[in-house]
Design a protein around this ligand. Structure first.
Ligand code: HEC
Ligand code: HEC
Length: 258
């Protein structure tokens, strides 16, 4: 699994290096975690945390760890701090974890899934029909060579994202948008307007995949305007699909392993 993610970033970085002569994309934000870290984190969790928090993360009243969002730790560094110092005056102890354990536990907690049952995962074949039909996903996403490129290619999405992240993407696309993936609109020195999806940005340059799916690099100093759009173009599907349809769609997404 780790190989898949690396491969993906290698392709992106190699392309960018050719064009811009820069180092590999550093833009890993905190909605993306290595599957290997998540897996390791689960073993640390079961060993050190499950005694109180329960195997499913719902063992402590008022401290539900399921679903990735934590009351006291919105940011990963706050979570690290909380685990290091505990919560004084409560049963939450301080833990002295090494770097790998800490990276793993954070990745695992952020991706802790709800119980996987029939209500969570429906029927993949029905999910496919929604994907290609009512959901209209191909109007923005590419899948196995079909569809448009406004959004990321989903051909291997089931291999690189845990179920919890897929579910969050469907329910809250803007909240889960990876900062680097944001749509950008820019105006060049000669007044040409270009829009696309940001792939990489450093102090001096920005690289985008433009609407015609070409990889392009710009010197920021030469731009008249550079606007990063914070709102995902993807609609939130919570209100558009009912629970059973969402479950079917999730089953289909999970099955997409390339
Ligand atoms: C001895 C029992 C115990 C153990 C072991 C334990 N915790 Fe806790 N933890 C608690 C209690 C009790 C709370 C709730 C404190 C409160 O809110 O009053 C808590 C709260 C938390 C919170 C805050 C949740 C939120 O929504 O903000 C996090 C995060 C957390 N624990 C992570 C961990 C991790 C990670 C481990 C293992 C490395 C761990 N805990 C091990 C008892 C424990
Ligand atoms: C109007 C365009 C649009 C439509 C329609 C759309 N998406 Fe998206 N989607 C995006 C864009 C752009 C992103 C990347 C930015 C973001 O996360 O919002 C994205 C992100 C995602 C992601 C997260 C990808 C990742 O790398 O984690 C998933 C999963 C996803 N979409 C699934 C779907 C599914 C399933 C449908 C159909 C039910 C759908 N999308 C419909 C534009 C769209």
């Amino acid at each position: 699994m780790q190989r898949l993610i690396r491969g993906r970033w290698l392709v992106a970085s190699a392309g960018l290096c050719l064009i811009a002569g820069i180092g590999p994309a550093q833009a890993q934000d905190h909605t993306e975690y290595e599957p290997a870290d998540i897996e390791y984190g689960r073993s640390v969790y079961l060993e050190q945390c499950a005694a109180c928090h329960g195997e499913d993360g719902d063992g402590v009243a008022g401290a539900d760890l399921r679903g990735g969002r934590l009351r006291r730790a919105a940011l990963d560094r706050e979570l690290v701090q909380l685990i290091r110092s505990g919560i004084p005056g409560t049963g939450m102890l301080a833990f002295d974890l090494d770097t790998a354990e800490m990276t793993g536990i954070v990745a695992y907690l952020r991706n802790m899934t709800y119980e996987i049952d029939a209500a969570t995962l429906g029927d993949a074949a029905r999910g496919r029909a929604i994907f290609e039909g009512a959901g209209d996903c191909l109007s923005c996403h590419r899948l196995q060579g079909r569809g448009l490129r406004t959004g990321p290619d989903l051909t291997r999405i089931g291999a690189v994202r845990p179920l919890s992240a897929l579910r969050r993407s469907l329910l809250d696309p803007t909240g889960t948008m990876r900062p680097i993936d944001r749509p950008v609109e820019l105006v060049t020195a000669d007044g040409t307007r270009v829009s696309g999806r940001r792939l990489n940005e450093d102090t001096y340059t920005v690289q985008i995949l433009d609407d015609d799916a070409r990889l392009r690099s710009f010197d920021k100093a030469d731009l008249r305007e550079l606007r990063v759009i914070e709102q995902s173009p993807m609609p939130a599907y919570g209100g558009r699909l009912d629970a059973a349809e969402l479950a079917d769609l999730l089953a289909y997404l999970v099955s997409l392993k390339g």
